[in-house]
Structure formats: structure tokens, C-alpha cells
Design a binder for this molecule. Structure first.
Ligand SMILES: C[S@@+](CC[C@H](N)C(=O)[O-])C[C@H]1O[C@@H](n2cnc3c(N)ncnc32)[C@H](O)[C@@H]1O
Length: 382
């Protein structure tokens, strides 16, 4: 077995590593070696004893992404075994006749730190988190092809190197059909992490009106309309996403006369709706991350609070507010407080019914709270 270069810790991270935290930040190292990105390294304490094994990244704040606590004989073999394991877990739980778009690999949560792989029917869309990941998994496309049975994978697309002309494909999620623009779509295509939450919201939608704020290509609205909602309104600032939302309604043979598509800033839309005293029985709020970094948190707190206040104000009394935050920097407790206080500031009372996160194909590690980013709260608004 080749001997891995050692990187020595300055900080005492032994416990965190043993518990499964997969990152070693550069500022935790005693000294920074000169080795190429992607090299397998042994992370040791000051006494030289190895604590964990992972790959090196020359750039960025995360210097080592941990693969295992035991020496790794063959990085490719380990990656292939974990790719297969991740796929098996998904295929055991998903009915592929109904759902053929899902996350195959959720990086650290699947023991494959630094990569995300989303599957859209026979196309895999991959994302590398930094130069280390790109170098370590340099043959990822081949590995995916090798480990993809029984998917019949046709193509692997690198999210950073996409061009706009990749074209559209059609996929299914819980039987709902979606057009996915592989070249131009946000997040590589769909926000797959909300699949289970879309299904839950559908359970509240029969006979109800639904407002879908930050609605992208119509996900929550499509599920609601298919479940028998009387009216859906989808709001998004991105006109191409809304145009696709409208086409998705047609694709699913859902009546367009009961579906509004509003190209607008969500807060501006809410302000106008409040002025007109419009109300919806179910209001979904799924904004982009307001806190992409820790530094952005104070401004993000204010933005979430304002959004929750304005969204609660347009819920029919006794209706539901379904609020999401996809920022890992905004802790769950603070998020729930923001929803409750926002509603209170609108003169309403939010009674929490459930809090969930991303779907099972986006697994989070208990020792790695940074990976637990999505919060989705549903509550009754009186
Ligand atoms: C997390 S995604 C929503 C995903 C969607 N709920 C789904 O199920 O597919 C956030 C969306 O917010 C939209 N967006 C960003 N800023 C916005 C704004 N100020 N007002 C309205 N929509 C906005 C983006 O275009 C994007 O589609």
C-alpha cells in the first residue's frame, strides 16, 4: 500500500474526526505541506499517530476531506463501492416508474466527500466542491458508468462546465412530470431535496388554494394541482423558470385557468397581495439561501423575519404556512422562532405541526451539522 503523506494537526480534532466530522480546515494544521490537490493524506496528531485518511485540497479553507478512519488502499475502489452502496439505498426506496430524478450521491452524507451527483433519468449531473475533489475523483464519469447498473446511464454532465445547449429532458417525480433544462436550469435541473416536502404539501392541498412563493418550475404548485387544489399561484423572479412551470402544467394535463404564474419579486408580490387583502389556504415559502455565509447571517435574519411576517399575513385563518430555509448557517431553532415571531408581527398565530429537512436521498451525518441545511416547517396559522 502506498504511504500517504502526513498532515499534522495543530488543533485537537481527534474526537470530532472519530465521531465522523469529515472536514479538516487549513487553519487547524500545524504546517501546510506542498502537495498536489487530490493526493491521499494521513491526518495525524502532534504525536504523529494517524487519526483519519482523506484527500488534500491546496485551495479553499477545507484542506482535507476525510474518507475513512482506516488507511485507504485504493481510492478508486473505495469510491466505486460507496457509489454502488448509495445507488442501492436509493433504488430500494424509490419506485422508478414514478420517480426517475433523485440525488444519487450527497457528498459527505454518503461517504463521498466533495461531490454531489443528481440523476435525471439517464443523465447524471455532477458537482465538485473544489480543486481537491476534482483531482481526487478525476475519473468520476467512468466510475459512474461502471457503477450505474441498472440505470443505463447515457451521459455525465459537469455542472460547472455545462453549456446552455445541453437541451431539455422530461423526468418524473412521484408521478408528476417535469421538464428539465440540463444546460440552463438552476441547481443542475430541479431542487430534488424538496421532493418529500412537495408530497406532504400535496396532502394539505385538496380543495384549497395555494400560493407558491419562490416557485421555480412549479414543483409545489404541480403537486397541489394534481392533488385537487382549486387554485395555484406560482411566484418567481426568473421568467424562464415560470415559463417552464406553465409548460409543466400542460405536460401534466392540469388546468391552466386555475393556475397563475407571476414573474415578480416575492416580497413585492406579497405587499400587493396584502394591499388587495388576498388570501390563500396554503402558502409555501422556499427562498434561495439568505445566508450563504456566516457573515451574511444578521442581514439574513432580518430578511427571513420579514418574509415570514408577510407570508403569514396572506394565509386564510386556519390555513397552512409551509416555510423553508436552505441555509446551514441559520440554525433550526432560530428559523422556527423567525416563523413564529414573523406570524405574530402580522397579528397571527403560527402553530407548528411538523418540521422536516431534505429527502432521504440527501442524508445528513449526526456529527456534521454543516450538512443539515434544509428546514421545512408546516404550521396552522390562526
Ligand atoms: C430554492 S429555489 C425554489 C425551489 C422550488 N420551491 C421547487 O420546489 O422547485 C428558489 C427560487 O427563488 C427564486 N428567486 C430568487 N430570488 C427571488 C425573489 N427575490 N423573488 C422571487 N423569486 C426569487 C429563484 O429563481 C429560484 O427559482
Amino acid at each position: 500500500m502506498p504511504v500517504s503523506p502526513k498532515v499534522v494537526l495543530r488543533k485537537n480534532l481527534g474526537r470530532a474526526l472519530r465521531q465522523g466530522h469529515p472536514w479538516v480546515f487549513r487553519d487547524a494544521l500545524a504546517e501546510v505541506p506542498t502537495i498536489p490537490s487530490g493526493t491521499m493524506v494521513a491526518v495525524t496528531g502532534r504525536d504523529g499517530r494517524p487519526l483519519a485518511y482523506g484527500y488534500w485540497d491546496c485551495t479553499g479553507p477545507i484542506a482535507v476531506r476525510v474518507l475513512d478512519l482506516q488507511p485507504v488502499r485504493d481510492g478508486r475502489m473505495l469510491a466505486c463501492a460507496r457509489l454502488r452502496q448509495a445507488l442501492t439505498k436509493r433504488l430500494l426506496r424509490l419506485d422508478r416508474d414514478k420517480t426517475n430524478a433523485f440525488r444519487w450521491v450527497h457528498g459527505e452524507g454518503d461517504g463521498l466527500p466533495g461531490i454531489h451527483v443528481d440523476l435525471y433519468d439517464q443523465v447524471a449531473v455532477v458537482r465538485f466542491d473544489g480543486a481537491g475533489a476534482r483531482a481526487f475523483y478525476h475519473n468520476l464519469a467512468d466510475m459512474l458508468a461502471e457503477c450505474s447498473a441498472p440505470l443505463r446511464l447515457l451521459r455525465v454532465v459537469d455542472r460547472e462546465q455545462r453549456d446552455g445547449d445541453l437541451g431539455e429532458i422530461e423526468v418524473r417525480e412521484n408521478g408528476i412530470r417535469f421538464i428539465v433544462d440540463l444546460g440552463r436550469g438552476q441547481k443542475g435541473g430541479l431542487f430534488l431535496d424538496q421532493r418529500e416536502n412537495r408530497q406532504t404539501v400535496a396532502g394539505h392541498a385538496a380543495g384549497k388554494s395555494l400560493l407558491n412563493l419562490y416557485g421555480y418550475t412549479g414543483g409545489f404548485s404541480l403537486y397541489a394541482a394534481a392533488a385537487g387544489a382549486t387554485q395555484t399561484d406560482t411566484v418567481d423572479i426568473a421568467k424562464p423558470a415560470l415559463a417552464t412551470a406553465r409548460r409543466n402544467f400542460q405536460l401534466n394535463r392540469l388546468a391552466l385557468q386555475d393556475a397563475g404564474f407571476h414573474a415578480a419579486d416575492a416580497l413585492a408580490f406579497l405587499e400587493q397581495a396584502a394591499r388587495r387583502t388576498q388570501r390563500w389556504d396554503v402558502v409555501v415559502s422556499d427562498p434561495p439561501s439568505f445566508a450563504p455565509s456566516r457573515r451574511a447571517l444578521p442581514a439574513a435574519r432580518r430578511a427571513y423575519y420579514q418574509l415570514h411576517r408577510m407570508a403569514a399575513a396572506v394565509v386564510t385563518p386556519g390555513g397552512r404556512l409551509c416555510a423553508a430555509s436552505c441555509s446551514s448557517h441559520f440554525p433550526r431553532d432560530e428559523f422556527l422562532t423567525s416563523v413564529e415571531r414573523g406570524a405574530a408581527a402580522a397579528g397571527r398565530r403560527f402553530r407548528l405541526e411538523s418540521v422536516t429537512g431534505a429527502g432521504f436521498d440527501h442524508p445528513a451525518l449526526p456529527a456534521f451539522p454543516e450538512g443539515d441545511y434544509l428546514k421545512f416547517a408546516i404550521g396552522r396559522v390562526d
